[in-house]
Design a protein around this ligand. Structure first.
Ligand code: FE2
Ligand code: FE2
Length: 242
């Protein structure tokens, strides 16, 4: 598992991914950790097959009792099917996830972890030293879907939005936007159901100051590539429109 520090301030953002032991035919995923002095949040902690390497990786940064919060952007297995194992490793943690999906996500196993239901209009995750915003991203792609915005680090963790499915060992950051587009097109056209929801999300996200757009698959967008991505998505017909 590769670990990449994407923000280093009074607290850190760390990206975990490119696991070379990933089973074939399982889609590669990016996991994120926000680490403060005494607490840590895992964002989209991943599939059940990834639990052991993820646990080993996050313990490089925080002792187990300081992993206090989990967040799931939506209900997909690549996002949160590891929940039943985290439930045994972190019995005192909290999971922030959609209220709409609670009855479904609990199928992955949520006996000890406290499920904090996020309402449709979003909310916040307070880690003491830092407060993160939970941004609505409904139908992008799941019917209830949320992203995480950090106004201090200027990072938007955008779930499946911005995802690219690429061969193993691909670089962490987009280095040539024009060439990257073709790696994203099919995914966004097929998985996003609604042009109207896309419009709504783009309007909301354009109001945010974003230095880094960090998706759950593929490469991270930095600087001007963030705006390039939003402009590209803006012009893309998706879902039933195609
Ligand atoms: Fe998904
Ligand atoms: Fe995904």
């Amino acid at each position: 598992m590769k670990m990449t520090n994407i923000y280093d301030g009074p607290y850190q953002w760390i990206m975990f991914g490119r696991d070379e032991n990933k089973p074939e035919k399982i889609v590669d995923t990016n996991q994120y950790m926000v680490r403060t002095n005494s607490r840590s949040l895992l964002i989209d902690p991943g599939g059940v097959e990834l639990f052991a390497p993820m646990l080993a990786a996050v313990l490089h940064y925080a002792p187990v009792d300081q992993i206090t919060d989990l967040f799931a952007s939506h209900q997909d297995p690549d996002i949160i099917s590891s929940l039943g194992l985290w439930d045994q490793a972190l019995p005192n943690a909290r999971l922030h996830a959609s209220a709409l999906w609670e009855g479904f996500i609990r199928h992955f196993g949520c006996e000890s972890i406290e499920y904090v239901p996020v309402q449709d209009n979003g909310g916040v995750i307070n880690l003491g030293d830092v407060e993160l915003q939970i941004i609505p991203a409904h139908y992008m792609h799941a019917s209830a879907n949320f992203h995480i915005y950090d106004p201090q680090a200027k990072i938007l963790m955008s779930g499946d939005i911005g995802a690219a499915l690429e061969p193993e060992g691909t670089p962490m950051f987009v280095d040539n936007f024009d060439m990257h587009v073709e790696k994203m097109r099919f995914f966004h056209q097929r998985w996003l159901p609604s042009n109207q929801a896309k419009r709504d999300w783009i309007d909301r996200v354009r109001d945010l100051e974003i230095d880094i757009l960090a998706p759950q698959h593929g490469r991270i967008f930095k600087g001007d590539d963030v705006k390039r991505f939003l402009d590209w998505l803006d012009g893309l017909q998706v879902g039933s429109a195609i």
